[in-house]
Design a protein around this ligand. Structure first.
Ligand SMILES: Nc1ncnc2c1ncn2[C@@H]1O[C@H](COP(=O)(O)OP(=O)(O)OP(=O)(O)O)[C@@H](O)[C@H]1O
Ligand SMILES: [Mg+2]
Length: 216
């Protein structure tokens, strides 16, 4: 048995009120797991905890077998830059720049190269020289996915990556993400409210009553 690349133990967190308590979660190499649940129950918060951006009120997170709360800020920054690919619910592209320039920034920072086949697969080849502000919402979403995958991350954290997309384009995006994890020794945690997208993942979990329950 290989060691999971992500392990979370006993995670509890809340802001004004408790969102979840004593959640355990694991992710293995090549595995894709979907997290579903009603709006406002804490899916994005949990994803931010698993991806180092929020420290939970209690519990531990291990990435690549290292407890992230034992690392200094530099070490965490390195993991974020080279190993994690986070597709945020709101995509933070640089609006005044072209799609291509946005990808270039990511590849320079992560010391990788732009992958043209990825751009073709996402059907955004014709948009590369357009300014982000001139693209449709769904095109921007696909550029932000291309930008994250261009970094060649080992774990993708995707928060509603198909939220703005029609079904056909949404399926295309999920397939691109799953192809990526199979071809690049990577894994994915997908947050979605869409069960038909979650079905493409190896396992599905529902966040409900402050717990994460696996369901089929
Ligand atoms: N930084 C924060 N400070 C205070 N409250 C927060 C913060 N982040 C999230 N919350 C609150 O925590 C709750 C859960 O938010 P979260 O974004 O995790 O939900 P979600 O399940 O992702 O919802 P959605 O499906 O609508 O995206 C919400 O009530 C939200 O207002
Ligand atoms: Mg959310």
């Amino acid at each position: 048995m290989s060691t999971p690349i992500l392990q979370a133990f006993n995670i509890s967190h809340g802001f004004d009120y408790q969102l979840f308590s004593n959640i355990d979660f694991e992710l293995n190499l090549h595995e894709s797991k979907a997290i579903l649940g009603r709006s406002g129950l804490g899916k994005s918060t949990l994803l931010h905890i698993l991806s180092t951006f929020i420290k939970p009120n209690s519990g531990d997170v291990k990435l690549f077998n290292k407890n992230i709360y034992s690392l200094d800020e530099n070490e965490i920054e390195k993991i974020r830059r080279y190993d994690l690919g986070i597709i945020f619910q709101a995509h933070y592209l640089f609006k005044g720049m072209t799609a291509l320039e946005n990808l270039e920034i990511a590849t320079i920072l992560a010391e990788t190269d732009i992958d043209n086949s990825l751009i073709e697969q996402l059907e955004i080849s014709n948009n590369m020289h357009q300014k982000i502000g001139d693209l449709s919402g769904g095109q921007q979403q696909r550029v932000s996915i291309a930008r994250v995958l261009s970094k060649k991350p080992k774990i993708i954290f995707a928060d509603e990556p198909t939220g703005n997309l029609d079904r056909e384009t949404a399926e295309l995006v999920i397939r691109v993400l799953l192809d990526y994890i199979h071809n690049n020794n990577a894994s994915m945690v997908l947050v979605t409210h869409d069960e038909s997208m979650a079905k493409f993942c190896n396992k599905r979990y529902l966040l409900r009553n402050q717990k994460l329950e696996e369901f089929r």
